[in-house]
Write a protein that binds this ligand. Structure first.
Ligand code: ZN
Length: 145
């Protein structure tokens, strides 16, 4: 991937932009041959950036800033996803009994065995927020997935 570049190309026939790694022949929007007459709008270094730049290039100028902000923040969210969150989701699943039900005690026991200092309450509220768990009783949750 290193050194690889992607370009955002504007088709002069239909004025739509699309992304390309360089081997472009035809506009995916109108089918016209692109070749030499294409206008290169920008050059980026990753396909993630490319998706953003293409979306932005196809958006009216007055809406671009808002869109750019939105796209970048989603992108950051995905990249920054806590690897711990995955582990914790696994713990929640592991502490469920055969009926897919979890209690504070079952989760606490599991957390203790992992030497983690997170509390069962915190883990449960995290799992609830993510839509993994549904409270079915005062001290009982059921797995939703
Ligand atoms: Zn076109």
């Amino acid at each position: 991937m290193e050194g690889k570049q992607w370009v955002v190309i504007r088709c002069r026939a239909c004025n739509n932009c699309h992304g390309s790694s360089g081997n472009y022949k035809r506009c995916p929007h109108c089918g016209n041959a692109i070749g030499e007459i294409a206008e290169i709008v920008s050059t980026v270094n990753s396909d993630a950036e490319l998706r953003i730049e293409v979306a932005i290039a196809n958006t009216p100028v007055e809406l671009r800033d808002a869109l750019r902000g939105k796209l970048k923040s989603t992108d950051t969210l995905v990249k920054n996803q806590d690897p711990q969150a995955f582990t914790m989701a696994k713990w929640v699943q592991q502490s469920a009994d055969n009926n897919g039900e979890i209690t504070l005690q079952s989760l606490s026991t599991l957390i203790a065995s992992k030497n983690s200092d997170i509390t069962a309450e915190d883990l449960i509220s995290m799992a609830e927020t993510q839509g993994m768990l549904l409270r079915i009783d005062e001290n009982r949750w059921t797995l939703l997935e």
